[in-house]
Design a protein around this ligand. Structure first.
Ligand code: TYM
Length: 323
């Protein structure tokens, strides 16, 4: 099966990206029957980030995170969307001509910002069409993503379906979303969805001291130290539950319920567990960020391989269009 997913380069990779998309995608990529296309959506990023140097640095950080989390780029496909921009944007144009205006106007990603239309660019409006092209360009079957991407996947199927009805059922492969219940929406330090744009994210690749500073900012209620606390409404516990092992979670729950255990203690434990669970990833991430040439070489190889696949799809699509 073909697995495909992408991450924008709008900031450094955070715990939401890692648990919601990177880990599930890397796990699928390890099954021998799958081939995986994991990429950096740097064209999409331009909608919100215009500084080229910043975009480049973020792109490397996302690429380093994929590798640090165990992606075998040599056996799979690993690329920057911008390096194959010709194929992605060509297919996007064809799909745009099948995208009804109301469908795009109703996309959550657009609607959220549509009160401030003056600051919205056309890229934000057509964002889901580029995403549909990203996916169908490589005949992907399964797209592991967080819950916020569900609508984009539905639009991809709608666009692919409309295209196929016109030109033949076998032209584009309609993908399925894979949204893992347990990690579909990772909360940020304020309890809302963790997001680069809300500034509430945890960057697990920070050095230990900086990471502790962020963990200390997690919002909690004002229950006094000596009183029992409700783990199920606590942001610290929710994050702890996502990374710690079963026994640790049970022990932490008991401490909450017993009282005499403060949020400060809970935060120290969360920090310790993050550093331990992601020890290998943190080391590898730093390795790649300090060896950009190696990272670049892996991306270049991946881009050459991805182009071979994109070319075949576009030949099929152009033929169907009589172009
Ligand atoms: P992006 O960059 O916002 O997020 C990348 C992936 O991380 C997931 N994610 C989360 N999962 C759980 N909890 C969270 N708090 C959380 N925050 C982010 C996202 O759901 C996503 O899976 N449009 C996409 C990028 C994209 C793409 C694609 C994805 C472009 N082309 C083709 C799949 C296929 C985006 O903005 O993701």
């Amino acid at each position: 099966m073909r697995i495909l997913t992408g991450i924008q380069a709008s900031g450094r990779p955070h715990l939401g990206n890692i648990l919601g998309a990177i880990r599930p995608a890397v796990a699928l990529s390890k099954q021998p029957e799958n081939e995986s296309f994991l990429f950096i959506a740097d064209l999409h990023t331009l909608v919100s980030l215009k500084d080229g140097e910043q975009l480049k640095q973020n792109t490397y950080a996302i690429a380093a995170a994929w590798l640090a989390c165990g992606f075998d780029s040599d056996k799979n496909y690993f690329y920057r969307q911008s390096k194959l921009a010709g194929y992605h944007t060509e297919l996007m144009w064809y799909l745009s001509c099948f995208a009804p205006f109301p469908m795009l106007a109703n996309a959550t990603s657009f609607k959220e910002k549509s009160e401030k239309l003056g600051s919205v660019n056309a890229g934000l409006f057509t964002y889901p069409v580029l995403q549909a092209a990203d996916i169908m360009l490589y005949d992907a079957h399964l797209v592991p993503v967080g819950k916020d991407q569900r609508q984009h996947l539905e639009m991809t199927r709608d666009l692919g379906g409309a295209f196929n009805r016109q030109y033949g059922e076998e032209i584009l492969v309609l993908p399925e979303a894979r949204i893992d219940e347990a990690v579909m929406t990772i909360p940020g330090i304020d309890g809302q969805k963790m997001s680069k744009s809300y500034g509430n994210y945890i960057d697990i690749f920070l050095d230990e001291k900086e990471l502790l500073k962020v963990v200390k900012k997690i919002v909690t209620d004002a229950t006094p130290l000596e009183e029992p606390k409700n783990p199920d409404t606590c942001n610290v516990f929710k994050l702890y539950e996502l990374v710690a092992d079963k026994e640790e979670i049970a022990a932490m729950r008991a401490k909450y319920l017993a009282g005499g255990f403060g949020y400060g203690h809970a935060k120290q434990e969360l920090h310790a567990v993050l550093v331990r669970v992601f020890a290998k990833e943190r080391e590898l991430f730093n390795y790649y960020m300090n060896n950009i040439d190696e990272l670049d070489a892996k991306l270049k190889l991946g881009e050459e391989k991805a182009e071979e696949i994109a070319k075949v799809t576009m030949e099929r699509v152009r033929k169907a269009l009589h172009f």
